[in-house]
Design a protein around this ligand. Structure first.
Ligand code: FAD
Ligand code: FES
Length: 342
């Protein structure tokens, strides 16, 4: 059964078909509502139901609290309309122009840049380019139907090869196979571009990028894009890792610092080893930001990495005056896809 959904404040209208979620229907009709995981885990797609009723679907309790539900909120990646709806949500202007494609790609190069980080360079078929916004991700489609998300580490202008930074999760279905089985010339399939973690270019505020581990991947794309379009915004990158070997391409941000007057790089190690002879910053990466900047009211912050870091940063930065609309993030959540029956 089809239901009409009206978006406030834009007044845009779309219709759900069959058993679609609000998000699925909106994206199909070209309206980019914010989302991250698309499986009820991250809360990015949260919006308000002003009129009408929904089936809330299944989701993680941390992504939508009971209080939020009582206040009228729902996760649009899980909620299915039971009547026509009036919803309130911020729309992403730019992403909706971009088609989401399913494409094969060839592994052009594999470079192990740290004990547990592999940089994959993927080549698309001739005459294919992936249009995307700096910071978005793709889903690698596994043979058994499951999917795994990886941020695009190259900027959109530099799109001859797509670059992924893959951290090896011991026992992980996909990432471990990258380190033990995948080889150059192998074919992968992916869907993308996905996600709403991209550089918002309609602001002149100074930017703080906070990356944990391979959370550097989308941040690299955003910074390279900002340099490419000549954004004069001051930018500081805080990149956190355990030990020095885990900062897997330190020469790149160091080079940016030398070449770009408005750019600063602050590496932060949480567990430096003696051999590192580390004299730089130590501790948790988001805490280094708090030590340096007492009031965040005039900044925009882009945070990417493991979910605990992203959540801690959100809480701490909000308490330091960062406006809600100035915090952008992607949390590297584990996939909750069930393993298909064999
Ligand atoms: C939007 C988005 C973008 C992402 N981008 C990147 C990226 O650019 N680079 C990158 O390396 N990762 C990225 N990730 C995370 C990546 O998708 C997961 O690491 C991946 O799903 C692990 O897949 P797997 O098949 O190897 O492990 P799975 O088979 O999914 O996991 C096996 C087991 O390992 C555990 N596990 C899974 N992931 C982690 C983890 N991260 N830390 C600790 N334990 C874990 C779980 O308990 C799970 O049961 C991203 C995630 C999201 C949602
Ligand atoms: S909870 Fe809906 S996109 Fe993550």
């Amino acid at each position: 059964m089809s239901h009409q959904v009206t978006i406030k404040p834009s007044g845009h209208l779309f219709h759900t078909q069959n058993d679609e979620t609000i998000l699925e229907a909106a994206l199909r009709e070209g309206f980019a509502l914010p989302y991250g995981c698309r499986n009820g885990a991250c809360g990015t797609c949260k919006g308000k139901i002003l009129e009408g009723s929904v089936d809330y679907g299944s989701y993680q309790a941390t992504a939508l609290t009971e209080d939020e539900k009582l206040a009228g909120y729902a996760l649009f990646c899980c909620a299915r309309p039971q009547s026509d709806l009036l919803i309130e949500v911020r729309e992403i202007g730019a992403a909706r122009e971009i088609p989401i494609k399913t494409l094969p790609c060839r592994v052009q190069a594999m470079e192990q840049v740290a004990p547990d980080v592999m940089v994959l360079s993927l080549k698309l078929p001739a005459n294919e380019r992936l249009q995307f916004l700096a910071g978005q991700y793709v889903d690698i489609l596994l043979k058994d139907g499951r999917r795994r998300s990886f941020s695009l580490a190259n900027a959109p202008h530099d799109d001859e090869l797509l670059q992924l930074h893959v951290r090896n999760v011991p026992g992980g279905t996909f990432t471990e196979s990258v380190f033990t089985q995948l080889k150059e010339k192998d074919i992968l399939r992916f869907e993308g571009p996905l996600g709403t973690f991209f550089l918002h270019e309609d602001s002149a505020k100074p930017i703080l990028f906070v990356a944990g581990g391979t959370g550097f991947a989308p941040v690299k794309a955003m910074i390279e894009h900002a340099f490419h379009v000549g954004s004069g915004r001051p930018m500081t990158l805080y990149w956190g890792a355990r030990a020095k070997r885990d900062l897997y391409m330190p020469q790149l941000p160091e080079e940016w610092s030398r070449a770009q007057p408005g750019f600063r790089f602050v590496p932060v190690l949480s567990e430096p080893v003696a051999a590192d002879m580390w004299t730089g910053r130590t501790g948790l990466v988001h805490e280094a930001v708090l030590q340096d900047i007492p009031n965040l009211a005039d900044y925009e912050v882009y945070v990417c990495g493991n979910p605990a870091m992203v959540e801690a940063a959100h809480r701490a930065f909000s308490a330091r005056g960062l406006p809600e609309g100035a915090f952008f993030s992607d949390a590297f959540l584990f996939s909750t896809d069930p393993k298909p029956a064999t």
